[in-house]
Design a protein around this ligand. Structure first.
Ligand SMILES: Nc1ncnc2c1ncn2[C@@H]1O[C@H](COP(=O)(O)OP(=O)(O)O)[C@@H](O)[C@H]1O
Ligand SMILES: [Mg+2]
Length: 406
């Protein structure tokens, strides 16, 4: 199989471990020479994630030498390339238009609108557009966001015209820094209040299997939307969970996704369910480590099994309740140290702590930043205990940035 691993991915180790567990031969497709595990003789296949067609051609050319049974994108960046390559190689894949819709927030809104899926009102703002006029059409509060970024980068809430214009400027300058270009279009949406959840699912021949439903118990009210705690199983009422699953299913059908992992984010307000977004990939960062399925299988193993057409074994979740905290970056500067790690690890229920930014490295908070400080993992009997363990452990960390204690 070929794994498309962008340089910035958090997922390399987990996907390579999963491939090893399955005994699969792996070649990496990446935008630079990855440190390759010794078991891998071949590759990498060098690709440019900005040019999916050319990357797909390189993959097809590679497959003529060493036939590929699967092409898997670990992250959003590789989704189009993997889809194009799978199409040419005759492997199961999402329709190209469906994959494309997940890579452009405005296209996604249009597809959801065509399927009458409940979602925010929206307008696409081209460069030079009258932002205040578009916001007035949408109605305040609004959320301004780049159409092509992720991890809440450049996503900003604004409650009036003045702050909306500033938010659009800021989002555009973030686009410029990321290479999306200062002329990149923005999306302006009505702000949907309520509780947020994430759905982790797997599609096979158009059938969705829900693997986990996560609550996000921290309020996400803006102006920036820093993700922190995810806990599963959800504590929402059964009827609400049913409505979330139903909207997710309908949204997937509206977009036309049929194969592989999906990660959806929705909001629940007063019993009404709203679709925020769906991606054709699994949960980001190191968050998948908060899940374990039957026989100890990781989410990455399920994804690779699906891609190889191998039977999926028993998939009941192995832990009663589990969760992850994406440790936020609270200030811009240089990371001096993260103290209290031992104490945090010793909190009952804490199953792991990974600090993913090295000492002495620069850190940038949202909306400009795109990295997490690290990840805390917890497993306990109940979601309440998981959330409590994560909060206690986080409270014990002393995060020192630029000499200023937390
Ligand atoms: N229309 C909206 N209403 C309320 N919150 C929103 C809205 N759009 C985005 N958000 C918040 O911002 C977060 C990131 O936005 P999202 O559209 O998912 O972009 P990204 O690709 O960066 O994840 C969401 O998870 C949610 O918390
Ligand atoms: Mg999102």
């Amino acid at each position: 199989m070929l794994l498309l691993l962008p340089t910035e991915t958090y997922r390399a180790a987990d996907f390579l471990d999963a491939a090893r567990a399955l005994g699969a031969d792996v070649v990496v497709g990446s935008n630079r020479r990855f440190a390759i595990a010794p078991a891998m003789q071949d590759g990498p296949v060098l690709v440019d994630f900005e040019v999916p067609e050319a990357g797909a051609e390189a993959i097809v050319a590679y497959s003529e030498q060493a036939p590929l049974d699967a092409v898997v994108a670990t992250d959003d960046q590789g989704v189009l390339m993997a889809t194009l390559a799978a199409e040419r190689l005759g492997l199961p894949h999402n329709p190209l238009g469906a994959a494309e819709a997940t890579r452009d927030k405005a296209a996604l809104r249009r597809a959801l609108e065509a399927g009458a899926i409940p979602q925010p009102r929206y307008r696409r703002a081209e460069s030079g557009a009258d932002v205040a006029a578009l916001c007035a059409e949408v109605g305040y509060p609004v959320v301004v966001k780049p159409v092509s970024l992720s991890a809440s980068r450049g996503v900003i809430r604004a409650d009036d015209a003045e702050s909306a214009v500033l938010a659009a400027k800021r989002a555009r300058s973030i686009c410029e820094k990321t290479g999306a270009g200062s002329g990149a279009p923005l999306l302006i949406e009505s702000y949907v209040p309520g509780k947020e959840v994430a759905v982790e699912g797997m599609l096979r021949g158009g059938d969705l299997e829900i693997l986990a439903l996560f609550d996000k118990p921290d309020p996400l009210e803006g102006p920036f939307f820093e993700e922190t705690i995810y806990v599963t199983p959800s504590r929402l009422a059964d009827a609400t969970q049913g409505a979330i699953k139903e909207v997710t299913n309908r949204a997937i059908a509206a977009i036309g996704l049929t194969e592989g992992p999906v990660h959806a984010e929705l909001r629940v307000d007063d019993g009404d369910v709203w679709m925020l977004e769906i991606a054709a990939r699994s949960i980001g960062g190191l968050c998948s480590r908060s899940l374990r399925f039957g026989f100890g299988a990781t989410l990455e193993e399920l994804i690779l099994r699906h891609a190889l057409g191998l039977p999926l074994r028993e998939r009941g979740r192995e832990w009663a309740a589990s969760g992850v905290m994406m440790i936020p970056i609270t200030a811009a500067g240089v990371l001096l140290r993260v103290g209290g790690q031992e104490a945090a690890r010793a909190v009952p229920g804490i199953a792991g702590l990974d600090i993913t930014i090295g000492r002495g490295r620069p850190v940038t908070p949202l909306p400009e930043g795109d990295r997490y400080l690290g990840f805390l993992f917890a497993r306990r009997e109940s979601p309440e205990e998981v959330e409590g363990a994560l909060r206690t452990a986080h409270g014990l960390l002393q995060i020192e940035i630029d000499g200023a204690p937390k």
